[in-house]
Write a protein that binds this ligand. Structure first.
Ligand code: SAH
Length: 355
């Protein structure tokens, strides 16, 4: 216990650990005393940079069409049981308008890898949103595109981009993503950073064959990339995928990894994800107490919401945007935090041209 505490103290002070130290910490972290110590340090760190504020992001899942076949994902191209949908440009904008009226000042547009939305269309959506809601941040999460495309979206006004690296271990990546290139995924993240976005990377927890050594690679990769945001959630099996019969990620392991990321990257924006809220009814509150400081309530129109089923059992598919906002607000407050509806940029980021 003393050794592990020393390592946590070192991480708290230096925001860095070697690969060996990270493995040692992970190998000894399945212990309630170690976890409580780790979470307390992570909470303290998050408080130093962001106080008790929790930032809200309105999530718009605008298409569930996807050309890829990620073996864990419910909307993979080969899943014929999915009823596919696409929101029109007008519908995306009116969805954000509902969010705006509820107070949201960040919109996250997420979808499968759907080339129906070509570069011109994405640029058009971003332009229109920025024109109508100039005080809002626009985040894209539409997968791998070219450097030039990313640049066009940025120039149109997009502020942030979420692209989880999924796993930093090449062989695991290749097993999970048939026909996709590990190098390309990683290169996209560096490109996005270079262009000037606030960038979000991240990974799933509890994938088949994933070990503490794999997590260590994720943590070291994140430390090196130094993204503005990190999305971490448990893997949850979906019945129509090749991983249907696998075990999912645990609450404990996800919380441990969230708190280590908070300590490695003290200023990072770190969501308590929907997947975490799905595996445990209080998962998101516990995530906030382990160092997370963002939540992403769902704004997707109710008619299509249950069709964006990346994993089974996904929560919040039945409630209108206003109900979702209220529910999550109550949870944040009951966990001892305050809701912050502002854009909520990373404290280190400054885009020259924002007002
Ligand atoms: N097409 C976009 C968005 C993908 S969906 C992209 O490639 O970035 C958003 C995230 O959901 C993924 O990055 C993945 O980490 C997560 N996800 C997908 N299937 C999941 C599952 N079965 N369990 C938990 N998380 C999952």
């Amino acid at each position: 216990m003393k050794d592990v505490r020393n390592i946590i103290d070192k991480l708290y002070e230096n925001h860095y650990l070697s690969g060996d130290e990270l493995i040692y910490l992970l190998d000894n972290a399945m212990n309630i005393h170690v976890q409580n110590y780790l979470y307390a340090k992570a909470r303290e760190t998050r408080k130093k940079y962001y106080g008790n504020r929790v930032y809200m992001r309105g999530l718009v899942e605008f298409t569930n069409h996807c050309k890829n076949n990620c073996v864990y994902c419910g909307i993979r191209a080969l899943n014929k049981n999915v009823q596919r949908y696409r929101l029109s440009v007008e519908s995306i904008i009116s969805t954000c308008k509902i969010g705006y009226n509820l107070g949201y000042r960040t919109f996250v547009l997420q979808g499968g890898e759907d080339r129906y939305y070509d570069d011109e269309m994405i640029v058009d959506i971003v332009r229109q949103l920025k024109k109508q809601f100039p005080d809002c941040a626009i985040t894209l999460s539409i997968g791998e595109r070219t450097y030039d495309a990313y640049k066009k979206y940025y120039e149109a006004g997009a502020d942030r981009y979420l692209l989880r690296h999924e796993t930093a271990s090449r062989s695991l990546y290749e097993f999970l993503h048939p026909n996709l290139s590990f190098e390309n995924r990683i290169e996209c993240l560096w490109d996005l950073k270079e262009i000037g976005y606030q960038v979000g990377a991240g990974f799933m927890v509890g994938l088949p064959k994933q070990t503490n050594k794999n997590y260590t690679e994720d943590l070291l990769f994140l430390k090196n990339l130094n993204p503005h945001m990190v999305g971490i959630g448990p893997f949850i099996p979906h019945k129509d995928t090749p991983l249907a019969n696998e075990k999912g990620g645990t609450l404990e392991m996800t919380l441990v990894l969230l708190s280590i990321v908070r300590l490695l990257l003290p200023e990072v924006l770190l969501p308590a994800t929907t997947a975490l809220g799905t595996i445990d009814i209080s998962g998101r509150e516990m995530g906030l107490k382990a160092g997370a400081n963002v939540v992403m309530p769902n704004l997707t129109p109710i008619e299509v919401r249950d069709k964006y089923e990346l994993y089974n059992g996904k929560i919040c598919t039945g409630e209108e945007a206003a109900e979702c906002r209220k529910c999550i607000e109550d949870r944040i407050i009951s966990a001892g935090f305050t809701v912050d509806m502002s854009r909520g940029d990373n404290v280190l980021w400054n885009r020259g041209d924002i007002k």
